[in-house]
Ligand binder design. Structure first.
Ligand SMILES: [Zn+2]
Length: 232
């Protein structure tokens, strides 16, 4: 089996590695009007990454998901402490404390680097993640962010196979910034996320697809629907 990258809806994504390990990112499932699954549908999770504490990212399901799957949680120490208060066992926080921007943590053959993101949050910083799977395939989840010049560094340091890119505007990059970010990140494939969940957000990927084709013709855009996946 190849690795799969599935968009669950909004910023929630699921990576299943070729060996079957399941990584959930920002699993806002219950209450997410754009989510393709229910909490009970999650049969396996090995690693849960959280980008920041806004309710449409951290959600309310993480303590239950950790209990039902035994997944390990990775985020920064400030949000990790809040998750422990909300019922996640400290034994399920990687390193017992989490990590911070620039560092890399390896868990069961999956390497995760926390990256900066430019966005507000109540606790700690908003972040993104570079996830390197066992076979070296690399996925970037940008979290919630505006465009930033450091994306060019990320694109130089890492060979990004798939970039999960917020395009919804208002709270994150708009389609123009999102398309331009691809010229910095240079991913093989870009999957637009964080749009159409709410009426206030951009409602379709059309502008992003058009602008990405113009600005970053070397990147293939895969505008999949919630519940759909691509294979790498
Ligand atoms: Zn946010």
């Amino acid at each position: 089996m190849p690795n799969s990258v599935k968009w669950l809806g909004h910023a929630a994504c699921q990576i299943t590695s070729a060996t079957g390990k399941v990584i959930l990112i920002d699993p806002w499932i219950t209450g997410n009007p754009g989510c393709a699954i229910k909490k009970q549908d999650v049969k396996r999770a090995d690693l849960i990454l959280v980008t920041h504490d806004h309710s449409d990212h951290v959600g309310t399901d993480i303590p239950d998901l950790v209990r039902s799957t035994g997944a390990m949680v990775l985020t920064h120490p400030e949000l990790a402490a809040v998750l422990v208060q909300s019922g996640v066992s400290p034994d399920n926080i990687i390193n017992g404390i989490g990590m911070n921007i620039g560092g890399q943590v390896e868990w069961a053959g999956i390497k995760v680097t926390m990256t900066q993101a430019f966005h507000s949050s109540s606790i700690g910083d908003a972040v993104g993640y570079i996830i390197i799977l066992e076979d070296g395939k690399t996925v970037y989840h940008a979290g919630d962010t505006g465009i930033f010049s450091g994306m060019e560094l990320l694109g130089s340091i890492y060979s990004i196979d798939v970039a999960l890119i917020p395009i919804g505007s208002v709270f994150v990059m708009d389609p123009l910034q999102a398309a331009y970010s691809l010229t910095l990140l240079k991913p093989g494939i870009a999957v637009p996320i964080h749009y159409k969940t709410f009426p206030i957000l951009v409602q379709d990927a059309g502008d992003f697809i058009r602008l990405a084709r113009e600005k970053a013709p070397d990147t293939r855009v895969e505008a999949i629907n919630p519940g759909e996946e691509i294979f790498i």
